[in-house]
Write a protein that binds this ligand. Structure first.
Ligand code: GLC
Length: 470
């Protein structure tokens, strides 16, 4: 069975968030299950692309409105990621350094989707399933069925995965003329509240939609940035499948990015050493428990609450250090900078995206805080668990599904309501137990024994594909 994953992020070529991690790992695990899984993403002007060998396997052109676009399909020659990887290059549209934040994003993603369909149609490529990830490729299920020039592709099944329902790819109807020709009387499938809404279109037109945890699936029925009604209407084809993690890459025993490798037997010494190095570098005391936050400074992640949480925390406890790694919202960044000055020696920061440092922070930390407002799955808590770092999370979406509170014989600390007092209480609870060395050791061992590898979830997707092809 041939399955093509279509996305605009894929680790390690282009990563902004967890979407990249999923697209960079799931196909590899599906191949182990006998699925001919491949990945297609835009071409990026990035190190991975320069450092690896690619060959151009197809070229073509099409009109986007009145503009003629040329595309090239670049295939990575050695399947170095464990699956065939194709990049679509379109000079002027898909040849850039960053993934997001260009003013012509709508044009970029329309071009990407059009080029993909044009390529497969004209080169006899006919996968059994196209698995689309997030709104950037949300028009594919519609275009397969109602694109006037893609009739040959209409029998291809589609699975659409919602990694984040907050972003929907809205565009004004003035962009409609940029789409490949389609059956215009079907325009209603593109529309939501007077705008073209690729996420809504995908939910309407895909054969199956999935979300990255069951908890999140249920939350979308209640609140989905305006689409909750639609998620309800289409619920018969909705499934929640929790993400896995790539344990070949996120594994303290094999991790070449951390100073001292360790496993569940040697975790005490291993963490101590990694913590010493991180704390020395960032001017923190390595004798105290280390709590970290890793992630985008976005409201969704609750990053706007961090400053208040830590002010309150330090007013009741001084036996803890904090490390924050992330970037995003300027205001949050400024607030945290002030905080780091105020709590010098207790709280340190690194602003930016740094994959290597992230590994080191998981390896060095005792706890990881995730006060998310919305969390479709969350991967950081899963990475943390693998590194014996105990997650302190808000009970939402995938966090609720994957972290069980120690009071329920679990391995983490969970708080229900999103407010800084409850977050601080959860941190305090973790501190009380941290100093009970034997109990903490037990929790950490339990955490490291959990299996959140892709094996099970990759299989669940395969079952869905089979169901569609029956
Ligand atoms: C998005 C979500 C995150 C999820 C990831 C991968 O980044 O915000 O919760 O883990 O996608 O599915």
């Amino acid at each position: 069975m041939e399955v093509i994953h279509l996305s605009v992020e894929c680790f390690p070529i282009a990563k902004v968030g967890g979407l990249a991690d999923v697209v960079g790992a799931l196909p590899k695990y599906q191949r182990v299950l006998g699925i001919d899984a491949k990945v297609v993403i835009p071409w990026f002007d990035r190190p991975f692309v320069k450092e690896h060998e690619f060959e151009i396997v197809a070229t073509g052109s099409f009109f986007q409105g009145s503009e003629e676009l040329q595309y090239e399909i670049h295939k990575e020659k050695n399947d170095i990621l464990g699956f065939p990887l194709f990049l679509i290059k379109i000079p002027g549209k898909l040849d850039r350094e960053e993934v997001y934040c260009y003013p012509d994003e709508a044009e970029q993603w329309i071009a990407f989707q059009h080029a993909f369909l044009h390529w497969i149609q004209n080169n006899g490529i006919h996968p059994s399933v196209i698995h689309c990830h997030d709104h950037h490729v949300g028009l594919i299920p519609f275009l397969l069925q109602y694109g006037a020039v893609f009739r040959d592709l209409a029998d291809i099944k589609t699975v659409f995965t919602v990694h984040n329902g907050q972003y929907q790819g809205w565009m004004s109807w003035s962009k409609g003329i940029l789409l490949p020709p389609f059956d215009t009387w079907k325009w209603g499938l593109l529309d939501w509240d007077g705008l073209i809404n690729p996420l809504a279109t995908a939910i309407k037109c895909s054969d199956i939609y999935t979300t990255v945890s069951e908890g999140y699936l249920n939350e979308l029925f209640i609140e989905a940035n305006g689409l909750q009604g639609l998620f309800n209407t289409e619920s018969a084809k909705g499934y929640g499948i929790v993400n896995g993690i790539d344990t070949a890459y996120w594994n303290p025993q094999l991790d070449t990015l951390i100073e001292k490798k360790y496993n569940k037997i040697t975790v005490l010494k291993g963490k101590e050493e990694n913590k010493r190095i991180l704390c020395e570098k960032y001017n923190l005391s390595s004798n105290l428990p280390l709590l970290s936050f890793i992630g985008r400074f976005a409201k969704e992640k609750g990053a706007d609450l961090l400053a208040e949480i830590f002010i309150k925390l330090f007013s009741v406890r001084d036996n803890i250090c904090v490390f924050i790694l992330g970037s995003g919202d300027r205001e949050i960044q400024d607030e945290l900078t002030d905080l780091a000055l105020k709590f010098e020696g207790k709280l340190s920061l690194f602003f930016g995206y740094d994959e290597e440092l992230a590994h080191q922070v998981y390896a060095a930390s005792d706890m990881l805080l995730m006060p998310s407002r919305v969390e479709p799955c969350g991967l950081n808590q899963l990475y943390a668990l693998k590194y014996g770092t105990i997650p302190i999370v808000r009970a939402i979406g995938g966090l609720r599904d994957t972290v069980i509170d120690i009071e329920n014989e679990g391995y983490g600390f969970v708080f229900e309501k999103l407010n800084t007092d409850d977050a601080v209480k959860a941190i305090e609870r973790s501190l009380d137990i941290y100093f009970d060395v034997k109990t903490w050791k037990g929790i950490r061992r339990k955490a490291m024994q959990l299996d959140f590898s892709w094996d099970r979830s990759a299989q669940k997707y395969v079952e869905l594909y089979n169901q569609l092809l029956k």
